[in-house]
Design a binder for this molecule. Structure first.
Ligand code: DSN
Length: 425
């Protein structure tokens, strides 16, 4: 085998072996189901399909069109909405499409600040700023780890933004959209909810229901609490055809040419699986997050929003200032094969030296772990982060815990004959 090819295959093999004995707890990741994964290898990934089914710029889309129509219907059913666009190739691309559809350079958008957990695509130096959009941030209630409702209502009424944007990457509690309805009306603004982190919880009937609470448009990635392929989605329940047309045109030709048909097909499987298993999955994710937070708190780690039950989502935020800071703790945990990320806390002043660690339970839940395992995970984390034990020693116990949890749950069982028919030999 060519040396470069060998090298790349070797690294991927090593990565697989590493993750098989690790505790993956990055809040933005997940593992795809076997049936969905299989589709990522299909010939759909070699094809082009610009535009909408039946109105393509390429021939050869007979079956990809059928799939896209079905995936769109599944998304509309799961999210109970009139419009779904499964062509977005990522959450950030979906967000860029919102900027193209609803904002012009110079417009004002109100949004959550980065230090309060917002995503980089809403930042001045991210996609928002690059579209020329001026952002004004909401006041934040650090104790509740949520926007301050009264201050936010006042700000929206005063600033009258073109778009009021919501959504976070450290997304612990539902956004009080209903309470802000009057402010939206007074400002005459569009309401956009970036659901990337919590979209699987929303679909599973947990967290909140933004499209019923005042959001005109909801975007998301499809590989976090919705455990699908790395892809994106845009949803709206608006009955305004002109508004939907603006969204559609912003997706194509705005931010997309082709749209990664293999991932779109895999997303269809994920949506079908979430219709079947999503409620149970979302419920267990949140239970696990609460159990993990409580156990870490009992081990002496400062978990944010203690007075409010720590979290209502898949994620928890740890203040590890006392343990040496986010960079040190996440690096030490990685040596024990516990994979997390350092994260800014609301009061952090240096983005390169954050004092937080963000943790998510969606992937461990997908692997079948429940509250009892969360308590074991908390003990392993504390042995490294609080007691300063040798991470190498802890890694052996991480591997032994992981041994019992190595299959993907909350998904259909593959039918060996059906799904391997078209596979290349
Ligand atoms: N930056 C990702 C996260 O980890 O939240 C989302 O794109």
């Amino acid at each position: 085998m060519d040396e470069n090819v060998r090298f790349i295959y070797d690294q991927v093999d090593r990565h697989h072996a590493w993750f098989a004995k690790s505790l993956p707890m990055i809040a933005s990741e997940n593992v795809i189901s076997p049936l969905a994964r299989e589709l990522l290898l299909s010939d759909f990934g070699d094809r082009y399909a610009e535009g909408l089914p039946g109105e393509r710029y390429y021939q050869g889309n007979a079956y990809t069109d059928e799939v896209e129509i079905r995936v769109t219907e599944l998304a509309k059913a799961l999210f109970r909405c009139r419009h779904a666009d499964p062509r977005l190739i990522s959450g950030t691309t979906a967000n860029m499409a919102v900027y193209f559809a609803l904002m012009e350079p110079g417009d004002i958008m109100t949004s959550v600040a980065l230090s309060h957990g917002a995503h980089i695509s809403s930042a001045k130096f991210g996609a928002a700023g690059m579209r020329g959009v001026n952002t004004v941030n909401y006041p934040f209630d650090v104790d509740r780890m949520n926007i301050d409702v009264d201050g936010t209502a006042k700000l929206i009424t005063l600033v009258k933004p073109k778009v009021a944007a919501f959504g976070q990457s450290v997304f612990l509690f539902p956004t009080p959209l209903t309470e802000l309805r009057d402010a939206f009306q007074e400002a005459g603004c569009h309401v956009w909810y970036d659901a990337a982190h919590v979209i699987g919880l929303i679909a599973g009937g947990k967290f909140q229901d933004p499209l019923r609470e005042g959001a005109d448009v909801m975007t998301g990635s499809t590989h976090k609490t919705l455990p699908g392929p790395q892809h994106g989605i845009m949803l709206s329940d608006s009955a305004d055809e002109k508004f939907i047309k603006r969204l559609l045109r912003a997706v194509f030709p705005g931010v997309l040419s082709n749209h990664h048909l293999h991932a779109m097909a895999a997303l269809g499987v994920t949506l079908a699986e979430h219709i079947e298993f999503g409620r149970a999955y979302a419920d267990q994710i949140v239970r696990n997050a609460k159990a993990l937070a409580q156990a870490l708190h009992e081990h002496g780690i400062k978990v944010l929003a203690e007075r409010h039950g720590f979290t209502a989502s898949h994620a928890i935020a740890l203040d590890v200032t006392a343990q040496g800071g986010g960079a040190k703790v996440s690096a030490d945990l990685e040596k024990a094969n516990i994979v997390t990320n350092k994260n800014l806390l609301p009061w952090d002043t240096s983005p390169v030296k954050p004092n937080g660690v963000r943790v998510g339970t969606q992937e461990l839940t997908r692997l079948g772990m429940r509250e009892a395992q969360m308590r074991e995970v908390a003990t392993l984390v504390a042995r490294v982060a609080v007691k300063g034990e040798d991470p190498g020693k802890v890694a052996a116990e991480v591997a032994s815990l992981r041994k019992e949890f190595n299959t993907v749950h909350f998904c259909f069982t593959p039918d060996a004959e059906a799904h391997k028919r078209w596979r290349m030999a």
